[in-house]
Design a protein around this ligand. Structure first.
Ligand code: PCA
Length: 328
């Protein structure tokens, strides 16, 4: 909190000092984001953008483009790496196919609460920052999604009931979960899921109440089981070459705004959890815990997936899990 206050004070000072220069002489940074404008990640991103624009006195004006409107989610990281855009937001575990380490936060039943999500992030932040730096990317902030649960069209009480169901996945881990439960994975961005469910391309998914609420999935799906399987993170990154060109003063402002965004994003995610589950109920869905049998069977699958991840992520992966467990 102390650093936050200090950084906010610095931001306010810089804003006053440089306000005079605002008026169109600054750089414009387009910021692609994959999720709908109404989603809390996008709202936090918009506030972050405003904070930077005000804090740098307009020297850097960030303009957010939510809903995958500038680049679809799967292309955002590459667009930043290659300098097509300076900054953007993406689901961190979406890069698991590049390097297993990126999947640290999508391991079923490793970290299942907001508190544990923070501890896991503390254990992983260093290695992830280094990995991104080796790819010409500078990490600014990361915010967790609410806990992941399972959506279905029809009632499901065991893994056997899932056999053959078409399942929308959003990263390698969710595709693997589908395989291990006998479902048929199809990868679809959140921006496209309402249509995918309406047309029967998929009849189930694992996600947060938040995404189901944002995409009004009650129009097609009827059940949400609160499994609390994991809390994946979105993160905001900037092209490292662009970052190197930013003045120290403006770097301070951006870092201050990023710290504030991470802090408020975390709390919004927490608050949004109950709000959106109620929203699913109001939409007509049955929302509640999964059966004991289903939870136990999913936990067994979680053990398999943890072992597979540890094998793929090597020593660095093991160090993250060890540091997380030591902090619990
Ligand atoms: N929503 C995103 C990722 C995790 C979440 O809760 C999605 O479904 O794409």
């Amino acid at each position: 909190m102390k650093t936050l206050t200090k950084l906010l004070a610095a931001t306010a000072l810089t804003a006053t000092a440089t306000m005079a220069t605002a008026g169109g002489h600054g750089e414009k940074w387009d910021m692609p984001m994959a999720y709908s404008a109404s989603n809390f990640h996008s709202a936090v991103g918009a506030e972050f953008a405003k904070c930077v624009t005000t804090g740098t006195g307009g020297a850097i004006e960030i303009v957010t483009h939510p809903s995958g409107s500038l680049f679809p989610g799967a292309q955002i990281k590459r667009a930043i790496q290659t300098g097509q855009v300076p900054i953007g937001e993406r689901l961190l575990s979406g890069h698991q196919n590049e390097n297993a380490l990126f999947g640290f936060d999508s391991i079923p039943f490793l970290a299942t609460s907001f508190d544990d999500s923070v501890k896991l992030w503390e254990a992983a932040k260093g290695p992830i920052t280094d990995l991104l730096a080796s790819q010409n990317l500078t990490l600014l902030y990361a915010v967790p999604w609410p806990p992941q649960g399972l959506y279905f069209k029809n009632e499901v009480n065991s893994v056997a009931d899932m056999e053959g169901i078409k399942f929308r996945s959003y990263n390698n881990a969710t595709s693997r979960l589908a395989e291990l439960t006998g479902m048929l994975p199809v990868t679809i961005e959140a921006a496209e899921i309402s249509q995918a469910f309406a047309t029967g391309v998929a009849d189930s998914m694992v996600s947060s109440g938040s995404t189901g609420y944002d995409r009004k999935v009650w129009e097609s799906l009827n059940y949400f089981y609160e499994v609390d399987a994991w809390l994946p993170r979105n993160y905001v990154m900037v092209n490292s070459g662009v970052w190197d060109g930013v003045s120290d003063e403006n770097k301070n402002v951006i870092n201050g705004c990023a710290e504030l965004a991470e802090y408020t994003g975390f709390w919004r995610s927490k608050e949004y959890t109950g709000f959106t589950l109620q929203g699913l109920r109001d939409g007509g869905m049955t929302v509640g815990p999964a059966s004991e049998q289903m939870v136990n069977e999913l936990k067994e699958i979680g053990v398999t997936m943890t072992n597979e991840w540890l094998e793929a992520a090597g020593e660095q992966g093991a160090a993250i899990v060890d540091a997380f467990k030591a902090a619990q």
